[in-house]
Design a protein around this ligand. Structure first.
Ligand SMILES: Nc1ncnc2c1ncn2[C@@H]1O[C@H](COP(=O)(O)OP(=O)(O)OP(=O)(O)O)[C@@H](O)[C@H]1O
Ligand SMILES: O=P(O)(O)OC[C@H]1O[C@H](OP(=O)(O)OP(=O)(O)O)[C@H](O)[C@@H]1O
Ligand SMILES: [Mg+2]
Length: 282
């Protein structure tokens, strides 16, 4: 059985379970379940605190896990990312009250509040800055107002939390993060069950970002049409009963589909249809 760690709460939890469900795996029905065995797929899911997942995976007790890149880095655990999942995207940044500091170089002697001490300590050391770090579990933005720190380092997605606290970002992002699949560093990359799991998740990522496009076009316009819809391998071309016309079928990126339909129409293509892809293996 493949043993997989899944976030049990927070920003990663819902999207991770939704993706696993889309990939055909059973998922827990209620949030108190800690372990779920999916015998049909020969997988066992362990619902764990997102922050602990890299530690379990690095211990070798679990084969792989879903966590945030920032949590992986912060843990210092002996694990590496093997697939990017595209949700829980964020940056990790310093912020202060306006007028506190022009840049990171001004942080010397100040106190920085964060839930990610590992990332901050490393960044300060790499930048040669001597500042104190105070650990807080969450709602870090409030630490400045309450006088616990002059600077915070926290996850920023839309920036709303910073704005609401009257804070401004300082310097470039320390890192960018998203949900990732991780495994123990040095684990066998050819592990057949892990490879199959990754193919299923890749299938979900592709199904979410591509659509299938069908259209009819005149043979003399085919090369130009195919240049607009080259597909992943190559488009399927089928003869039509109406002589001089062919039917074309190709995968296109969902976010480009409307523009491509306009361009195909302008080229004389007709009966242009897009349909959702529910699952795939490339
Ligand atoms: N607002 C957000 N937008 C995108 N990703 C986020 C956001 N907040 C946290 N994350 C990501 O979620 C992961 C942290 O998960 P964790 O469960 O520890 O915190 P959380 O999502 O803030 O949940 P909570 O604070 O409610 O426990 C990190 O990878 C972080 O980058
Ligand atoms: O840039 P934004 O879109 O505002 O998102 C970022 C905020 O979201 C998370 O907080 P969360 O709500 O999880 O609370 P927490 O600080 O207690 O973790 C994170 O810690 C930031 O505070
Ligand atoms: Mg949070």
């Amino acid at each position: 059985m493949l043993r997989i760690a899944v976030p049990n709460k927070g920003s990663l939890s819902g999207p991770a379970s939704a993706m696993l469900h889309e990939a055909g795996y059973q998922q827990r029905k209620e949030s108190k379940e800690l372990v779920l065995v999916d015998p049909e797929n020969e997988v066992e899911f362990f619902y764990l605190r997102p922050r602990d997942i890299a530690i379990y995976v690095s211990s070798g007790k679990l084969d792989i896990g879903i966590t945030g890149r920032d949590l992986l880095l912060d843990s210092g655990a002996n694990a590496e990312e093997i697939l990017q999942l595209g949700f829980a995207r964020s940056t990790f940044r310093y912020a202060t009250k306006p007028g506190t500091a022009k840049g990171v170089a001004d942080f010397g002697g100040m106190t920085i509040a964060t839930s990610y001490e590992g990332i901050v300590a490393k960044h300060l050391a790499d930048s040669g800055i001597d500042a104190s770090v105070v650990h807080l579990d969450g709602a870090v933005e409030t630490a400045i107002e309450l006088g616990v720190a002059e600077v915070i380092a926290d996850v920023v997605e839309t920036g709303t939390s910073l704005r609401n606290a009257g804070l401004e970002v300082i310097g470039e992002p320390i890192m960018t993060s998203e949900a990732v699949v991780i495994r123990r560093t040095g684990a066998d990359p050819a592990h057949a069950q892990v490879q199959q799991f990754l193919r299923r998740l890749q299938g979900v990522l592709v199904a979410r970002s591509y659509v299938m496009m069908d259209y009819d076009c005149r043979v003399e316009n085919l090369e130009q049409a195919v240049a607009l819809t080259p597909g992943l391998e190559s488009p399927t071309i089928s003869p039509l009963h109406h002589e001089g016309w062919v039917a074309v079928r190709s995968m296109v990126a969902a976010k480009e589909a409307q523009r491509i339909m306009d361009d195909l129409y302008a080229l004389g293509a007709r009966a242009i249809l897009t349909t959702a892809i529910h699952a795939c293996r490339l």
